[in-house]
Design a protein around this ligand. Structure first.
Ligand SMILES: Nc1ncnc2c1ncn2[C@@H]1O[C@H](COP(=O)(O)OP(=O)(O)OP(=O)(O)O)[C@@H](O)[C@H]1O
Length: 288
C-alpha cells in the first residue's frame, strides 16, 4: 500500500510546521531533513496522531483524511524512538496483553505471538522481562506489537537513534527485511541509514519539501562537483581553510579529503555518494 499527502499544511499558533507538503510514500521510504525540519510532525500526521489544518492524506489513492485527525491504526503502525512498557512483564506477557486488548481470540494468541516474535528475531527471548532488554531489543518488541495488528504501512521515527553500532546494524537489517513485505517509512537525519535502507527519499526542511526521488537522483545533484584530495597531515589545515570540505578519511600516511569543487586541479573527481547529493541540495537552497 502507498500513502500520499497533498497540500498538507500544519501550523501551531502562528508558526508553520508543514507547508503545502506533497509526497508519495512507497517502497522503503526515507524521510530526511535537518533538526526541526518537521519529520516527526509529518510522521505523526500520517499515523493519525496529530491534527493538521489543510491538505489530504491518501492510502492507495483513497482519501483517508481531509484536514483533520483520523486514526488509521488498522492500516498504519507508528513506532516512536523507544518502546518501554510494563517493565516487570516478559516479552511474551506484553504481547499477550496487547493481543487480548485488540480482541484476538485466546486460542489464536500463541500462534500469532510466535509468528511476530519470529519476524523480529526475538523467539528465544520471549521469557525475558522488558526491564532487562537492551534498547535495540525493546524496539524489536515495539515492532512485534505493531505486527500483531498486521498493518500494511510501518512508520519509524529515528529508528536507530541511541543504538550502539552492533544493534544499529541488526536493527537496520530487520527494517530491510520488513521492507520486503510492508511499505516502510523511516525518518532520520542519518544519511547512512537512509543510504543502506531506502528505495525512495523525501527531503524536507523548515516544513517545505526540497526533494523527492530515488537515491541515484539525489546523488546526481552532486554530479561532477565532488573531488578527493590526498594531503599530508601537515597540509591539512591549509586545505580545510581553502576548500569546501565534506569529509576526511585518515589513511595513516596521508588524509583523503572529500571536497565540493567546480574544478579542482589538486584532486581527482569522484562519484558522488548520497551524503554529497544531500549536502549539495542543502547548499543550493541556502544560496537561493
Ligand atoms: N507542539 C508543538 N508546539 C510548538 N512547536 C512545535 C510543536 N511540535 C513541533 N514544533 C516545532 O515544529 C518544528 C518541527 O518539529 P519536528 O519535531 O517535527 O521536527 P523534526 O524534523 O522531527 O526534528 P528533529 O530531527 O530535531 O526531531 C520545530 O521547529 C518544533 O520546534
Amino acid at each position: 500500500m502507498n500513502i500520499a499527502v497533498k497540500g498538507l499544511t500544519k501550523f501551531i499558533r502562528k508558526q508553520y510546521i508543514l507547508t503545502d507538503v506533497q509526497l508519495s510514500f512507497t517502497g522503503v521510504y526515507g524521510l530526511l531533513g535537518p533538526n526541526g525540519a518537521g519529520k516527526t510532525t509529518l510522521m505523526k500526521v500520517l499515523a493519525g496522531l496529530e491534527d493538521f489544518q489543510d491538505g489530504n492524506v491518501y492510502a492507495d489513492d483513497d482519501l483517508i483524511s481531509r484536514s483533520s485527525y483520523v486514526k488509521r491504526t488498522d492500516v498504519i503502525g507508528y513506532m516512536s524512538q523507544d518502546f518501554m512498557v510494563y517493565p516487570e512483564l516478559t516479552i511474551y506477557e506484553v504481547l499477550e496483553h496487547i493481543a487480548h486488548l485488540q480482541g484476538e481470540k485466546p486460542i489464536n494468541i500463541p500462534t500469532i505471538i510466535n509468528k511476530v516474535v519470529e519476524d523480529v528475531n526475538l523467539s528465544v527471548y520471549t521469557h525475558k522481562k522488558m526491564k532487562a532488554l537492551s534498547g535495540g531489543m525493546r524496539r524489536r518488541v515495539g515492532i512485534a506489537q505493531l505486527l500483531l495488528r498486521n498493518p500494511s504501512v510501518l512508520l519509524f521515527d529515528e529508528p536507530t537513534a541511541g543504538l550502539d553500532i552492533e544493534e544499529r546494524i541488526r536493527f537496520r537489517n530487520l527494517l530491510k527485511k520488513l521492507g520486503q513485505t510492508h511499505t516502510v517509512i523511516i525518518s532520520s537525519h542519518l544519511v547512512e541509514d537512509i543510504e543502506f535502507l531506502c528505495t525512495h527519499i523525501g527531503i524536507i526542511r523548515e516544513g517545505h519539501v526540497l526533494f523527492e526521488g530515488t537515491p541515484s537522483e539525489l546523488k546526481s545533484l552532486a554530479k561532477d562537483i565532488i573531488y578527493e584530495i590526498s594531503v599530508k597531515p601537515e597540509e591539512l589545515d591549509q586545505v580545510i581553510y581553502s576548500e569546501d570540505v565534506i569529509q576526511m578519511d585518515d589513511e595513516d600516511t596521508h588524509i583523503n579529503v572529500r571536497v565540493f569543487s567546480e574544478n579542482s586541479d589538486k584532486g581527482s573527481r569522484v562519484k558522488p555518494r548520497l551524503m554529497d547529493g544531500y549536502l549539495a541540495l542543502l547548499k543550493e537552497v541556502r544560496h537561493e
